[in-house]
Design a protein around this ligand. Sequence first.
Ligand code: GTR
Length: 423
Amino acid sequence: MIKRWSVLLLAAGMCASAAGQNKKAPVNYDESLVPAYELPDVLRCADGTRVENAKQWERKRRPELLRMFSELEYGVTPKHTGIEVEHELVAENPNAFGGLATQKQVLFKFTGANGKTHQALLLLYIPNAPKGRVPVIVSYNFHGNQSTTLEEDVIFSPSKEIVAEMGSEKWVRGEQRSRWSYELILRRGYAVATMAYDDIYPDLPHLRPYGISPLFPNYKEGERDADEWGAIGTWAWGYSRIADYLAKERRIDKKRMAVLGHSRLGKTAIWAGVQDKRFKVVMSNDSGCGGAALAKRVFGENIARITAAFPHWFCTAFNQFSENEKALPFDQHELLALVAPRHIYVASAQNDEWADPKGEYLSAYHAGKVYELYGMQGLPSAEQPGIHQPQLYDVGYHYRAGKHDVTEYDWMCYLNYCDKYLK
Ligand code: GTR
C-alpha cells in the first residue's frame, strides 16, 4: 500500500524548490482571521482505525506519526552513523559559584567513518550539596558556553571561530547569563549541562560543511534528499550524544534526565525528546512554529516564512506546506503526544505573538488525549490559562508576561515541574 505521506514526499522531491518558502508571505496576528481548520485526530491511524489503548498507540500510531514527522518535517535521523565519540575532560573546578557546584568542561571529539573529525564543548555544573546522584537538565545555548555565565574559567565554545563575526558583541562572557539561572538550578539540586548549538551545526545554511554534518555517511555537499534532516534534526542528535556522556557521569542519575530548549532550540528539544526516551521530561520554551505551536492556525510565524528564513532547519519536503498548512497530514499536538508517557511542558510568553502562544497552548491541550490512554492527566481546559498560572499536570504549561526570552520565572516553573515528575 502506498502511504499517504509517501505520495506527498514524492511530490515534495519533485517540486521542493518551486514550493512556497515565501519571505513575504503574509503573517496573521488577528484571531478572527485564523482559518477554519480541522486538527488531525491523534488517535486515528492513517488507515482510519482508532487507537483505543496504550498498546495500540505504541505499536501502530506512534511509529506511524514518528515516521511522518521524520519524512515530512524534520528529516530522518540516520541510524547507523559510524561516528565515534571520545570525551576529554579539559577543565574541572570543584568550587564553582563559591563552592555551590563542581564545574566540568568536556570536549567531545567526533570521528566519522570517513575519517573526518569535529569537536564540541560541553559545560556541566553539578551541585555539591546533594549526596549521591542528581537529576540533570540538558539545554543548548545560543552564543557559546562562556555567554551563559560570568565565571572566568568557562572556555569559549569552539564554534565561535566559525559563527561569530569580528567584534560581535554576542559572543562575549556572560552576555546571555540572564537566561541561565545557574545558582537557582543548582540550589534546587539539579545538575545542568549546556553546549553551543553552533558546535554541532553552525546555524546558517552555508555553514553546514563546518559542523558535524560532513561526518555522516549520507552527507553530500550542497544538496539534500527531500527527507534528509536539517539543522534541527542534527541538533537533536547532538542532544542524544550529550545524554550518552551524562549517562556515564558518576554523579548524574541517568534515569532522571530532562531536556529544555528556547525558541529554535525549543523545537529541537521537543524533537530530541520525542526520539530519545532517556529524556524523561521535555521542556519547550517559546518554541513557536515548527515547535509546539499548531501550524494549521497559521497565526504568527508560518511555514512559508520559516522555511524561507531558515531553509536549513527542516527537511526540504516540509517546503511543500508553505502557504498550504491545510495539506499537512499532521499537526504539532501530535508531535507533543509522541513524548507520552514521559512528560512534556510547554511555555509561552505574552508578547511573543510571532510564536502564537494560544496555538502553543492548544497543541499541548490536544496532546492530552494520548496521556489519557496511560491514565495520566493532560491539561484540563481548552481555554488558555491567564498570565502566571502554571499548570503542572502530566502535560504542563505556563504563560508568562513579557517577551520572547528565558527568564528566572520560566526556570522556577520548570524546576517545580521537574520536582514533581523527575524527583
Ligand atoms: C526566529 C524564528 C523563530 C524562532 C526564533 C529563535 O527568528 O523565526 O522560529 O526560532 O528565531 O530561535 O529565537
